[in-house]
Design a protein around this ligand. Sequence first.
Ligand SMILES: O=C(O)CCC(=O)C(=O)O
Ligand SMILES: [Fe+2]
Length: 371
Amino acid sequence: MHSLSVSGQPSLLCQLEWKSLNQVPDSHIWPPDLLHHHPTSNIIPPSSSMPIIDLTAADSVLIPLVGRACETWGAFQITGHGVPLRLLDLVEAQTCRLFSLPSAHKLRAQRCPSGGVTGYGPALISSFFSKLFWSEGFTIVGSAQEDARKLWPNCFNDFCSAMEEYSKGMKDLSRRVIVLMLRSLGLSEEDIDEVGPLRGHDEVEPVLQLNYYPPCPEPDRTMGLADHTDSSLITIIHQSSCVTGLQLLHHDESDNPRPQWVEVPPILGALVVNVGDLFHIISNGRFHTVIHRAVVDRTWSRISVAYFCGPLAHFKVGPIQKIVDPNHGPAYPGITWPKYLSLKKKLHNETLASIRLPLAAKRQDDEKKVL
Ligand SMILES: O=C(O)CCC(=O)C(=O)O
Ligand SMILES: [Fe+2]
């Protein structure tokens, strides 16, 4: 069977029986300049490590820590978040169960080739690249029932109830993290109710992306998931606890003239929070939307489960007025999540730049010139 990727190019993903390969096929060999266009930090741990924040601390301690992490890294790990290890293990076990199915079986829930979002297939961003990723994905928006039924017609309940319980845990946690982030921008609890992207948070459909990265005989020649930013407000990632893979592009200006790929070390029970494009917009560019990617390992497979938290579909996300410097004005216009996603589908990593507004000062100059 021949499957098609979103771009209409043949995708070999589903034909690859990963275990039987002792070298990477040409379809999955990435040009070195794409793999190594930024150096990888070989100092472990790097001189300044990605922040790890224990959420059991008082809000007065957490707010500045979270704000600083969002400004300098655009990401941080959280411990003490209250999501039980049992639930993290459960969601990981059900994810393994799914990806362990034979290829032909997984293809029954294949993402609709003409642009579907949910179901099994390569990562959605793979359509931007001519080479394929060394990974498989499964996307859930709202309920997993319809796709899970195709995989396990008589026993989809365990999978669905694990994903539901996990999504509920992530929804509550994302609210807590977003409140801390907004507070760090100087908003009060009342401001947050007024302006907040959290309005209707409970009704927003959860979006989960399950990723599987098989062991790879030549990990340095291929890519698990290419560099990208997430379109969400924030993303919360659970990663397998014993194998590295997630890397962030970090620029420590005091240390290095160039940005470097820095590994996100897996910590048992910790979760990774990424600032997404929409929070970058809300913060008027103050919070860094983090470029990240996943590399693969020679010996070990790796699982990650990403929860994308966004606002209600009709909510226009724009820079919060209270924090916009009147001399410079907003850096972005208001935009809804669906509209942003439709631009991102076309422009990938250029999307933010495509909607960025000229500085108010520059706008005034330009207007004077026209007059
Ligand atoms: O596998 C990972 O750790 C990263 C996953 C990710 O970035 C994504 O699904 O958007
Ligand atoms: Fe991501």
